[in-house]
Design a protein around this ligand. Sequence first.
Ligand SMILES: Nc1nc2c(c(=O)[nH]1)N=C([C@H](O)[C@H](O)COP(=O)(O)OP(=O)(O)OP(=O)(O)O)CN2
Ligand SMILES: [Zn+2]
Length: 112
Amino acid sequence: MFTVVKKLEISASHQLKLTYKSKCQNLHGHNWIVHIYARSAELDENGMVIDFGHIKEAIHGRLDHKHVNDIMGDINPTAENMAKWIADELGEKCFKVVVQESEGNVAIYERD
Ligand SMILES: Nc1nc2c(c(=O)[nH]1)N=C([C@H](O)[C@H](O)COP(=O)(O)OP(=O)(O)OP(=O)(O)O)CN2
Ligand SMILES: [Zn+2]
């Protein structure tokens, strides 16, 4: 089994939809640090699990310097939901996504 890990930094804005009053309902930004894990038993014809550049294009290209709510539609852009959205965008090879929103705040999505 081969595993690759891609690290991205995404600078973007978001606004959370919450059932309680919070500063996070206001428009604000983060520099999210994202670690993306992908694996495959076999390498493709280029000797890769997945091209690091293709991961960057698919995720950083979609989210960086954007308003995340606009990209994720009805999905509330919490770190947890962002981690799952990223995994879903990349497909079944991606088995884990770690989204660090700030120094002390991290969310992880892992496929079963
Ligand atoms: N479980 C989650 N909780 C929170 C999320 C989240 O995605 N998942 N997100 C937020 C907001 O995005 C908010 O912007 C985070 O604010 P921040 O100031 O970074 O976090 P803290 O209030 O914990 O403050 P620290 O200074 O980092 O301790 C809120 N919650
Ligand atoms: Zn936030």
